[in-house]
Design a protein around this ligand. Sequence first.
Ligand code: ATP
Length: 481
Amino acid sequence: MKIKIVGLTKKFPGDPKKGIKDTVAVDSLNLDINDGELVGLLGPSGCGKSTTLYMVSGLKDPTDGQIYFDDEDVTFLAPEKRGIGLVFQNYALYPHMTVYKNISFPLTSLKLKENKKSFKAERARRLIEILSNPEEIADVITAVEKDNKIKKNDAVFALCSHYHISKLLAEQIYSYKLHISSDPKKDATKYVSAALIDVEEEKRELVQQHLILADNNDILKEDGTPIEVTRKLTKDEIDALVRDAARLVQIEQYLDRKPAELSGGQQQRVAIARALVKKPRVLLLDEPLSNLDARLRIQTREEIRKIQQKTNITTIFVTHDQEEAMSICDKILVMKDGKAMQEGNPQEVYRNPSNLFVAKFLGTPPINVFNGYIKDGGLYIGNERISDVNSSLDDKNVYVAIRPEGFIIDNKNGVFSLDCKEIVTMGRDLSLICSSPFLVSGKIKIIIDSDLKPEIGKIKFSIRPTKLYVFDGETEERITI
Ligand code: ATP
């Protein structure tokens, strides 16, 4: 499903009596998200990411602007009517419930509007379908054999997972023992006949009530029209959905545990399963990894990406961690003070930042920023002419930003001198910590190949043109040189 955000604005009113000003948390935000895309809202704390997500979810009303899901205007639609799955950073699992109950919980209150169906016929016909290939059933069961033994639980688990059926139906199929039968085909035929009898019986019962059983298991009126019903999900249906969601995030084996008996990463997967179980149109993730340690964060973010690709659900992912957003998102939106700073493919935004804020926000170690100026067709830092620039550019003060990987040691022809204070080995690379009176803030970090043998003291560098960016000294917007 596509999402379109137009001029979205959220103003939190202040309190003039206490001298508290209004806060414009989100300011005229526009964003187009394609069907199945994973989009990262990225920016420092307080930039309006969560507020944007809450407005998309319906938990907060916008002050202005519109939100569309495909062509439907959902701006003021109640959250439960939007078809969204939400995952927050603190998981918000119910501690007293098992994982199974936690995942099934959103389904228990779900009401379905649909044509009335015969569950008896549906179950019997699904059974007949599965029994049409008894060898396959035997293969699924024997695949869980360990030390010449097959545990019933493992077999039932495997059947649920293979056929996407409830535990109850899987237990019934297991009880047929087709995997140890001397003639599985003959046995299966026997059970198929029994299931067919169930269908016929159901047909007869319905006829007595002046109703018809259709081939798709719908119950029709005598004139052939369907009967619309609002109903809750059956236990069987809930079971199959819970197992499907649990399988997707690989926590099937923990369904009977309580959240406290799981690791942080596993708990987060439960939260994701719970968000996915209602088959939402949109998945909204608010800093879902921030409670995990570094290793688990990386692992879980990759899992989220895989799950998102498998389900193809349009997803918005809020994070302040640029590496996280860069590594899994199809598109990122960098925000500052409620406004969109830049939007696009993560690599593209990294390579082509349109303003100083974005250049500084993306990249580890961060970009090195110097005070510089343009004069007579040249770009200067201090007295050193770093590069030529387009001669049509006016003389002005600028920010010169150079990525850590943009420096080449060149003591003969280098154009930029820095004082190297420290050399740190980082795996295959060396990190040079340097100083310059023209640095705007922080420390200068330069990454070079460890084969080079730099020394502490003054070093001259030449600069890779693709790693050098110039920004207007006042507007901080990019200047093409
Ligand atoms: P973080 O990464 O810290 O969660 P964020 O980018 O998600 O931050 P928001 O939570 O969207 O930022 O907040 C945006 C701005 O709106 C902040 O300045 C915040 O203080 C303000 N804000 C959020 N909720 C309210 C509220 N209920 N009343 C007043 N101001 C609010």
